[in-house]
Ligand binder design. Sequence first.
Ligand code: SAH
Length: 281
Amino acid sequence: MSNTPERPSRFPLPLGKLVKGQAAGSTGGAAREVLMPQRHLREAAADAARQSAPRGLGLDSDMVRRRMVQRLQQEGLSDERVLQALITVPRHEFVDSALAIQAYEDTSLPIGHGQTISKPSVVGRMIAMLFGGATARQQGRLGRVLEIGTGCGYQAAVLAELSRQVVSIERLRPLHDKARLNLAKMRSPSQIRLIYGDGRLGHSQAAPFDSIIAAAGGEDLPPAWLAQLAPGGRLIAPMVSPGGRGQILVVIDHLVESGVSRFVRTEHEAVLFVPLKSGVM
Ligand code: SAH
């Protein structure tokens, strides 16, 4: 609606104004008075109501998403590449339609089977931290990425905007299938491989990875993740904090100096993720 040719002077609009216009002005000809029989009016209203929910969200989802990303930026997320990826990926397409209206609030939402899609601010923060790894800093991209916990596929789609390849593992079959459906609708710029399996084992066939990101928190770091982290690579994962109370974000850098590998661990802020479990279901 904002870019219809007959109203060029009204673009760009202040955000609030556009929302109001869309909510109220479904016909675009509000001043015209047309006499219609009651029955036709009722039918027209019913038609409009049927169409307006999905179409309304489709029309303004870009704008609502931009506003959410603006808020994340105001709250300190400063990496332009990550902000752009969050603007590009339509989060509402990854949740049930009944929750789509909440997709652009900074909250986690249920995706079924006791799991949740992570908060956009946390997705943004973790991916921005991945860019601090040696290889990612050098290349300005995340390279080959391993994600543990595909869930609904949202974070995989964001990662795909910023990397060469994403391999994402999910242990719950219905969610693996759901992510496949969700991602089939997207036009991701890089390849996303979805694996049904136990992410604690990583995916040795596609290793090594420049970036590894876990969306579920465990008590220990599975040895396979370290084994599959490329030299210069960075891993980020929520982990049960050393004191056993709550979770924190842990970063591991795989550094190589004079041909010798070492893993450097740093601990960051408190977070709240679903538990990392073993085996598949
Ligand atoms: N990145 C997801 C977040 C999903 S929540 C998204 O954008 O929607 C975390 C997911 O990790 C859950 O789906 C859970 O089933 C999965 N998970 C937990 N332990 C796992 C494991 N060992 N291997 C693979 N997936 C696991």
